[in-house]
Ligand binder design. Structure first.
Ligand code: PMP
Length: 305
């Protein structure tokens, strides 16, 4: 396969069928995992970076001398920097200190500048700082993934159709982690338009507030919310699963050992939730989930030791 730009291999990732052989699942049931960690920047957010940059260029919200500013846990920054580097557009990311050093190095490799906010201020602190920078830097643009409806639209336009093309109207449940909520909301909306009886299941780490629990820190990266994402408003959600760090990292290691999947902890948490869902469904059910990023960006956190 010869390509002329790395953007051509963003999306159209494989879907892995996981059956009861390695895990305890009812007879005839399957979990299908969309392997979005195989995108060139190593995560599902390559789709978002590309689409936000291209949409902003189309709308003339940015030009080649703009600076893109965004608060991010890391992967959206990598995706944006990957897409922006092609046009020579500058990127500046605001990141709470706790997020992995590898993600920050990857952003820098792609030409980004990084500003830290204190871990204790959470993503809300990073959002506030990014808004302040946007107000002072001329010709800057804030894609604003947490309230820009182009975020779920990206997944409605790409990931949803890819899943439906592979599986057709055979899906019992769609299970996905929620950070900004863009992936979850966009894919849910698309799939429900094609097949209205799908169960819609959100996944969060302990310390996130979707099941009403108190907000506190967690080691699973990329998912979990401190406020209810606006994109969830019209999505008919059947259930949220709250996954502990221990369980999320346990399944992250199991996926490597049993399936050769070098994925991050949000994938481990999504799989833990997908297993809980498939175990409460009748035999022969089909549960779809997403593995959003690769594990090599967390090795400094000793996730396999
Ligand atoms: N997993 C990982 C590793 C992520 O970086 C993100 C994005 N923060 C998500 C899952 C959740 O994606 P979304 O923001 O679309 O909810």
């Amino acid at each position: 396969m010869i390509i002329s730009s790395i953007r051509e291999v963003i999306g159209n990732t494989p879907m892995l069928k996981i059956t009861q052989k390695e895990y305890s699942m009812p007879e005839g049931s399957s979990i299908y995992a969309k392997l979005d960690y195989l995108n060139p920047g190593g995560s599902i957010k390559d789709r978002l970076g590309l689409s936000l940059i291209e949409k902003a260029l189309e709308k003339r919200s940015i030009n080649q001398s703009s600076t893109i500013i965004e608060p991010t846990a890391g992967n959206t920054g990598i995706g944006l920097a990957l897409a922006a580097s092609r046009y020579g557009i500058k990127t500046l990311f605001v990141i709470p200190e706790k997020f992995s050093i590898e993600k920050q190095q990857l952003m820098k490799a792609l030409g980004a500048e990084i500003i830290h906010t204190p871990t204790k201020d959470g993503i809300v602190g990073a959002i506030k700082k990014a808004k302040e920078l946007h107000a002072t830097i001329p010709n800057s643009y804030l894609p604003s993934q947490f309230d820009n409806f182009d975020n779920p639209l990206t997944y409605y336009e790409t990931l949803g159709p890819e899943i439906f093309k592979d599986l057709g109207p055979t899906i019992t449940s769609f299970v996905a982690g929620i950070g900004s909520g863009g992936t979850f909301a966009g894919v849910s909306q698309y799939l429900l338009e094609k097949q209205e009886n799908i169960r819609i299941i959100g996944v969060e780490p302990e310390g996130s507030i979707l099941n009403g629990g108190p907000s506190h820190g967690h080691d699973i990266e990329g998912i979990g919310v401190e406020f209810i994402p606006p994109f969830l408003k019209d999505i008919p959600i059947d259930q949220f699963f709250t996954i502990s760090d221990e369980e999320g990292f346990f399944y992250t290691r199991q996926l490597a050992l049993n399936n050769g999947l070098l994925v991050g902890s949000s994938s481990g948490a999504a799989f833990a939730a997908a297993l809980k869902e498939v175990q409460q469904l009748p035999p022969g059910s089909t549960v779809v989930t997403i593995f959003p990023d690769a594990s090599d960006r967390y090795l400094s956190k000793n996730i396999y030791l």
